[in-house]
Design a protein around this ligand. Structure first.
Ligand SMILES: C[S@@+](CC[C@H](N)C(=O)[O-])C[C@H]1O[C@@H](n2cnc3c(N)ncnc32)[C@H](O)[C@@H]1O
Length: 233
C-alpha cells in the first residue's frame, strides 16, 4: 500500500465525532483566513473551510499535489512548500493550525518569530501514553525514549515561547468497524509512521492488541490530545 492510501485510511477512522474540528471552530470568527501547517490530506482543512474565508493547506509532501487536485474546494489552496520557507514570506492569517506536527524545535522557533501579534496558533499534539500511541510499544522492543524526550521539550517550549490562552486535554478515538479493518489499517499506519517491519509474530501480537480493544463489536483505541491555544508574547 502506498503512502497516500495508508495516510487516507489512517485518517478515515479517527475522530469520527470531529472533536478536534469543533475545538478549533471555537477560535474561528466569520470571514477569517487559516494556515494549516503540515496539512497532510486536509483532514482538518476540509471541514474547517466550511466556516472560513480561505484555508491554505501547506505541506511539503509531493504526493499531496495530485491529491489536492482531485479533492478540490473553492476556498482551499494547497501549497507545496516547506513550512520554514513559506512562513518567512507569508504570515497574514487569522489562525494557524499545527496539528499532529513534526516535532522540530527549530521550526517552532521560526513559527514564533513570524507569528503576527493578533494571530492565534492552535497546536494539537497527541500524548505519548494513549491506547493508540502505545500500540507500537506492544509490538516491538524498540525504545522511543528519545522521541518522548524531544516531544516533552517541544511542549515545554510552547508555554515559554508563547502566551498561553488555553490548554485542554481532549479525548478522541479511533473507531474501526471490525477486527479485520483494524488490523489492515493499523498495520499500514505502523509501517507508515514508525517504519515497522512486520512478520508473523508481530502480526499475531497486533491481532491480540486489537482483540483487547473490542467494545460493542467495534474496535476502539483511545487517543489523548493536548490542545494548545497560543499567541505571540
Ligand atoms: C502527522 S502529519 C499531520 C497531518 C495533519 N496536520 C493532520 O493533523 O491530519 C504531518 C504532516 O506534516 C508534513 N510536514 C512535515 N514536515 C514538513 C515541512 N518541513 N514542511 C511542510 N510540511 C511538512 C508531512 O508531510 C505530513 O503531511
Amino acid at each position: 500500500m502506498n503512502f497516500l492510501k495508508a495516510f487516507i485510511e489512517d485518517c478515515k477512522y479517527y475522530d469520527l465525532e470531529e472533536i478536534e474540528v469543533k475545538s478549533i471552530l471555537k477560535y474561528l470568527k466569520k470571514d477569517q483566513t487559516i494556515l494549516d501547517i503540515g496539512a497532510g490530506i486536509g483532514r482538518l482543512s476540509f471541514p474547517i473551510s466550511k466556516y472560513a474565508k480561505e484555508v491554505i493547506a501547506l505541506d511539503n509532501n509531493e504526493e499531496l499535489i495530485t491529491y489536492f487536485k482531485k479533492h478540490k474546494r473553492k476556498n482551499i489552496k494547497f501549497i507545496y512548500m516547506n513550512i520554514k520557507d513559506y512562513i518567512k514570506k507569508y504570515n497574514n492569517f487569522n489562525l494557524y493550525i499545527f496539528a499532529w506536527p513534526v516535532i522540530n524545535i527549530k521550526l517552532i522557533n521560526l513559527i514564533e518569530k513570524y507569528l503576527p501579534k493578533e494571530t492565534i496558533l492552535i497546536i494539537i499534539i497527541p500524548d505519548n501514553n494513549s491506547d493508540y500511541e502505545t500500540i507500537i510499544n506492544k509490538l516491538t522492543k524498540k525504545s522511543f525514549k528519545k522521541d518522548k524526550e524531544k516531544k516533552n521539550k517541544f511542549l515545554e517550549l510552547l508555554t515559554k515561547k508563547f502566551t498561553l490562552i488555553k490548554k485542554r486535554d481532549i479525548n478522541t478515538k479511533y473507531t474501526y468497524p471490525n477486527e479485520k479493518t483494524a488490523f489492515r489499517v493499523l498495520k499500514n499506519a505502523m509501517k507508515l509512521w514508525f517504519n515497522l517491519k512486520f512478520n508473523k509474530t508481530i502480526d499475531n501480537k497486533l491481532k491480540e492488541v486489537i482483540k483487547e480493544h473490542e467494545k460493542n463489536k467495534k474496535i476502539i483505541f483511545g487517543e489523548k490530545i493536548y490542545f494548545y491555544v497560543l499567541k505571540k508574547k
